[in-house]
Design a protein around this ligand. Structure first.
Ligand code: GCV
Length: 702
């Protein structure tokens, strides 16, 4: 009996230590240092709520849970502050000196007369302030002189879920959909609340809940009731729900003969549907639309423009506070054209014709979330249109759930690039936060990487990309280093030596990934359909611009897509200052070189090596770097929770195997064009191109 009990307790204690990742960065585990706890306890004796609203109540409750976990002491929440000292006072104030520098959602945290005041103009601001205060304690910062004024740079900070009604997730790598459509609205999965808390903790205030390749089913009464149940859960965390809509819905759902946006009956159908949605969800965020893209229906099916389609929906939304988000991800299958230019060319004539309620959502780069892309040429070139940013958090082309790639540097690289639209300093960030062209609205969206996996994101480090996206949507001036540091200390370890090592791994991870997949500005050479692994030889697909050869253009002379005036002239879409940076092959930064130039295999680059040798050095170097990442990870075994340690360790092994796969596939394929030897001391791959090709074929077996 005693033995059984001992095993039981052993199990319990292990169970409480093992970390399955489900709590994300919201781990409120007891701080180990009693002195540190004491210092915080003196300042957190109670939480007083001076405002009555579900969101503010959640702010108070979060502080209570957080303090109790971190400090190990019960904390009372009181409704009204009686003047006692030593506590946290939550206030919503629309006027007065304390909020004069705040925008909606912004917050101030100040120490005053023995209390800490979290003040905001809106309950959401108070909630964000509460999470900021908790972050201070989680990251062991001093609260004594706390003085924070924080405003979001972007108004709509949004996750785009590509989740389908049947429970699958397009480009999802963390299990199935977290939305249990078959259970809703009757059963509310407790994970919805955890999801809402996690988002609120990083300032995300909007979520489109279904795939942009949208099923009309989401607009049926049956589904609106389900979505309402989700919206009711997310609302008290300041999150508004959006729906992706299928442009053909008036026909498929309404039985109309057309979905022409200029047809009176179609317009009435959308007006009525929008009214109906608001009966379920009064604060409905709005519509997200993928139209005339990759086979989805749209206004061009009726000879109309994107603006005609978007403005029709904007009219339906006119009586309400929500908006219309219209995606610019469009391209035709013209083998002679350049996909790089197509969205720009289709949308440019429409600049200035979109309803003010419309935001045009543009992917960060002109092709499709490649690991490194030049910024989309629409940024800076559409002064009369509100442009929103679409990043991809889910790692479709970035190792999905097996490669460790920290994406903040990629998001930052795009945001910090200068478009020169209004002179030096006209960064992409200023375009999308609305400041460059004085737009009222602003949007940063990220394609979500969440799923039903217990740790939400599959790879434990993919959580950091969700975190980084939210933090940057709130404040794009934060550095990738700062964000990584916060996430590591809240999520992985309190040990400062390990924190530094992990930060280094994270910051190296993107350049390492790029060097064994897409060095020197190559792009789009992944496996067909599933987009996993290399397939640089892919020459036939449903469309020419879904092949690899369309992009890398390897021939006996060289490699890369000439986008100068000699061939596609896509460079001309950028400001002359940007053209100067990228337009000359001798000066173009190597990271972008093959995006814009077809470079001879034997051309000497700024590194002193020929293109071919540089390519080899990068592919081989990338694989070696993955091995080094593994060694560093291994050195932290005692500092990281066992479950997470083993999980990452296993995935790093897969990463090494697959880095080698990428290297061998690309080197063995390109060598047939370069016809130059692999430079010593690098050793030739031990397998043949045919053998490597077989690895891809296995992916296509049915
Ligand atoms: C939702 C890429 C992806 C598609 C995705 C599309 C888009 O092409 O492979 O799965 O579809 O982008 O962003 O609409």
């Amino acid at each position: 009996m005693f033995k059984k009990l001992a095993i039981f307790f052993l199990f319990i204690s292990f169970a409480s230590i093992a970390d399955d990742g489900s709590r994300l960065w919201l781990k409120y585990d007891l701080l180990k240092d009693p002195k540190q706890r004491e210092a915080y306890i003196n300042l957190t004796k109670f939480v007083a709520l001076n405002y009555n609203s579900p969101i503010a109540t959640n702010a108070a409750n979060e502080l209570k849970i957080g303090f109790e976990g971190l400090l190990g002491k019960k904390i009372p929440v009181v409704q009204n502050w009686t003047g006692k000292t030593g506590g946290i006072i939550l206030e919503v104030n629309t006027t007065g000196i304390s909020v004069q520098h705040l925008v909606d959602d912004g917050f101030a945290i100040q120490q005053q007369k023995g209390n800490i005041f979290i003040t905001a103009k809106t309950p959401s601001g108070v909630l964000y302030g509460a999470f900021e205060l908790l972050r201070y304690i989680q990251t062991a910062k001093d609260l004594n002189k706390i003085s924070v004024v924080s405003n979001p740079k972007v108004k709509i900070r949004m996750l785009n879920h590509w989740d389908n009604a049947n429970g699958t997730v397009e480009r999802g790598y963390a299990g199935s959909s977290m939305w249990k459509w078959t259970e809703l609205p009757f059963r509310i999965d407790p994970r919805y609340i955890q999801y809402a808390r996690a988002n609120a903790s990083i300032g995300i205030n909007a979520a489109s809940i279904n795939n942009v390749n949208a099923s009309s089913r989401f607009l049926t009464a049956e589904y609106l009731e389900k979505i309402k149940a989700v919206a009711d859960i997310l609302r008290p965390y300041g999150i508004r729900v959006f729906i992706s809509v299928n442009f053909r819905s008036p026909r498929t759902l309404g039985g109309l003969k057309t979905s022409d946006p200029l047809d009176a009956e179609v317009r009435k159908w959308w007006n009525d549907k929008t009214k109906e949605i608001h009966e379920y969800i009064p604060d409905f965020g709005g519509f997200l639309v993928k139209a005339n893209s990759e086979g989805e229906p749209g206004p061009q099916d009726y000879g109309r423009t994107h603006a005609d389609g978007a403005n029709m929906l904007a009219e339906a939304m006119r009586p309400y506070s929500g908006i219309v988000i219209w995606r610019a991800f469009v391209y035709n299958a013209d083998p002679k054209g350049d996909r790089f230019k197509e969205a720009y060319e289709q949308f440019k004539p429409l600049d200035g014709t979109f309803d003010p309620k419309v935001i045009v959502q543009v992917k960060n780069g002109p092709i499709d979330f490649m690991p490194r892309e030049p910024f989309h040429p629409m940024f800076g070139a559409f002064p009369k249109t509100t442009l929103g940013m679409e990043f991809q958090i889910t790692q479709e082309y970035l190792g999905q759930s097996t490669h460790l790639t920290y994406l903040a540097p990629m998001f930052k690289e795009c945001l910090d690039t200068d478009t020169y639209a209004k002179g030096k300093g006209s960064t992409v960030a200023k375009v999308i936060d609305g400041s460059l062209d004085s737009h009222q609205n602003s949007l940063m969206a990220g394609v979500a990487n969440t799923g039903s996996d217990i740790n939400w994101t599959g790879h434990p480090f993919n959580q950091a990309n969700w975190y980084a996206f939210g933090r940057l949507a709130w404040n794009h001036t934060l550095s990738s280093e700062e964000i990584a540091s916060e996430w590591i200390v809240m999520t992985l370890t309190k040990n400062s030596v390990s924190q530094e090592k992990i930060k280094n791994i994270m910051l190296k991870s993107l350049p390492v990934y790029i060097s064994y997949t897409y060095p020197l500005g190559t792009a789009h050479m992944m496996g067909e359909g599933h987009h996993y692994g290399p397939e640089p030889w892919l020459a036939k697909s449903g469309r020419p611009d879904w092949t690899s050869v369309y992009y890398h253009r390897a021939d006996s002379i060289g490699l890369g897509f000439d986008r100068t005036g000699k061939v596609s002239n896509a460079l001309s879409l950028y400001h002359p200052e940007v053209q100067k940076l990228w337009g000359n092959a001798d000066q173009c930064p190597l990271d972008y070189l093959l995006w814009f130039h077809h470079v001879a295999w034997d051309k000497k680059l700024s590194t002193g090596r020929t293109l071919w040798n540089e390519l080899c050095v990068r592919y081989y170097g990338g694989v070696e770097e993955v091995k080094k990442l593994q060694t560093v990870w291994e050195s932290m075994k005692t500092e990281i929770d066992d479950e997470t340690f083993e999980n990452v360790k296993g995935r790093l092994k897969i990463q090494e195997k697959e880095a080698l796969w990428w290297r061998d596939a690309c080197i063995l394929y390109f060598i047939n064009y370069a016809r130059m030897p692999i430079p010593s001391p690098l050793a030739a791959p031990t397998r043949s191109l045919d053998e490597v090709k077989k690895l891809v074929e296995i992916y296509h077996l049915r």
